[in-house]
Write a protein that binds this ligand. Structure first.
Ligand SMILES: Nc1nc2c(ncn2[C@@H]2O[C@H](COP(=O)(O)OP(=O)(O)OP(=O)(O)O)[C@@H](O)[C@H]2O)c(=O)[nH]1
Length: 134
């Protein structure tokens, strides 16, 4: 038995069928989580991987989390670099993932990603709705 992202998969040695990897994208609304591709075939370390992506639709805080916590093998927490509100909102997702790891006794890969790099010059100055902060 070998494993990918901490969850066991059947078989070992040469793999012909792709690994199945589920990735949940978390973060406050407006961070830029949505992507056009939700399922893709990739090759990682000469191993075919079938990657499924779930774009979660929480508003400002984690909600109804069980559906993605139980589904995902890995997590991407996204914030928008031009919004302090968005960055600070990431902490509730990171805390949720830390709690999940503690409860399940597993360490799932989790990455904090700053999006909208093209907006970095406006850092700290906007709310997620695009309005200037006081
Ligand atoms: N400038 C800039 N805008 C971006 C970028 N990525 C996404 N956006 C814009 O940010 C806005 C929000 O993007 P979404 O992908 O809808 O954000 P979301 O986090 O999925 O938000 P919800 O769907 O409300 O959960 C949209 O207008 C996007 O076009 C980026 O890299 N740069």
């Amino acid at each position: 038995m070998s494993s990918v992202f901490g969850k066991p998969r059947a078989g070992g040695g040469q793999q012909s069928a792709p690994l199945e990897v589920n990735l949940a994208i978390l973060g406050r609304r407006g961070a830029g989580k949505s992507e056009d591709t939700y399922s893709t075939e990739e090759t990682v370390d000469q191993q075919p991987v079938h990657l499924r992506v779930m774009d979660t639709a929480d508003l400002d805080t984690p909600r109804n989390c069980e559906r993605y916590l139980n589904w995902a093998h890995a997590f991407l927490v996204v914030y928008s670099v031009d919004s302090r509100q968005s960055f600070e909102g990431s902490s509730s997702y990171l805390e949720l993932l830390a709690l999940h790891a503690k409860e399940t006794q597993r360490n799932y890969p989790a990455l904090l990603l700053g999006n909208k790099l093209d907006m970095a010059q406006y850092s700290n100055s906007r709310n997620l709705d695009g309005k200037q902060q006081a």
